[in-house]
Design a protein around this ligand. Structure first.
Ligand SMILES: [Ca+2]
Ligand SMILES: [Ca+2]
Length: 284
């Protein structure tokens, strides 16, 4: 009996030790991108009903500063991701999800999407279409609805992280909808869904936003151009250009194209497959 008791005590001691070590390691490692319900309850949210039962849910993104772009060591980076400090001097509301087909149809009376589903993101919308959607909301709802600037988008996507993804050094198809046949960094192969799926199918990031990586690309307000070399406050991009910025990658993208710093662009009248958007609302 004595030896059994000792053995149990030994096991108990080991368990406690493992718990302590795990707890300490947990404190030191990067926190997961998802939020607990308790943390989510602390977010300042706002809902706007655009039609009977059709809501846009926003979350307040705090003002702050961050390093925009990627370090030269980041795998898959492109030369236009020049790292520089950005200050965002005002908080703003950002749509918790990509604009859904139900929402787009309620506002614009049409649904251009290839793969139909009320809770899937709208796609096949040009930058011009996305701006028209925001303008119509501004006219009918009051307040200022608009596309995010590229800086606002990346700041909101990162939510304090400096890694290639807001999920850490890599990403998995349990965390986002991208081409899971291809891996990034130490990641493993995952699901190839081959379509965009309902918004908010995965965990949100620390700011409470879903699908910042993958599902559909998201238009931003800026013209695509070179970043400034030094610090900048509330940047809006170049004054002119040929392409508007899109961010975050899609279900069709390799994970490297879903990175927080990744930027691509197309002419404003171009309606791409799996090109959607999310809306920003200025705080009053
Ligand atoms: Ca997205
Ligand atoms: Ca790029």
């Amino acid at each position: 009996m004595k030896s059994t008791t000792k053995k149990i005590s030994g096991t108990l001691f080991l368990c406690i030790l493992v718990c302590i070590v795990c707890g300490l390691a947990g404190c030191k490692s990067e926190e997961p991108a998802g939020k607990s319900e308790e943390q989510e309850n602390q977010l300042n949210t706002k809902e706007v009903e655009v039609a009977s039962g059709v809501l846009i849910r926003f979350v307040e993104i705090p003002m702050g500063r961050f390093m925009m772009g990627s370090p030269s060591t980041e795998s898959g980076r492109h030369a236009d991701e020049t790292r520089h400090e950005v200050i965002l001097s005002k908080p703003f509301y950002m749509g918790v999800t990509e604009v859904t087909q139900a929402l787009y149809e309620a506002v614009m009376g049409s649904n251009p999407s290839d793969i139909k589903g009320p809770n899937r993101p709208v796609d096949k919308v040009s930058w011009d279409d996305a701006v028209a959607f925001c303008d119509k909301l501004t006219q009918t709802q009051g307040g200022k609805f608009r596309l995010p600037t590229e800086a606002e988008w990346e700041y909101a996507c990162r939510a304090g992280t400096t890694t290639p993804f807001n999920t850490g050094k890599t990403i998995s198809t349990d965390q986002a909808n991208y081409d899971g046949g291809v891996t990034y960094g130490s990641g493993t192969k995952g699901v190839e869904r081959r379509e965009y799926i309902d918004v908010a199918s995965f965990s949100q990031n620390r700011f409470g936003l879903y699908d910042m990586h993958g599902n559909v690309w998201e238009w931003c307000s800026d013209w695509l151009g070179d970043y400034p070399q030094g610090p900048v406050t509330d940047p809006h991009g170049p004054d002119s250009g040929s392409d508007r910025v899109r961010r975050g990658g899609s279900w069709f993208s390799f994970p490297g194209f879903c990175r927080s710093a990744e930027r691509e662009g197309n002419p404003p009248d171009f309606r791409g497959n799996y090109f959607g958007f999310r809306v920003v609302l200025d705080l009053e």
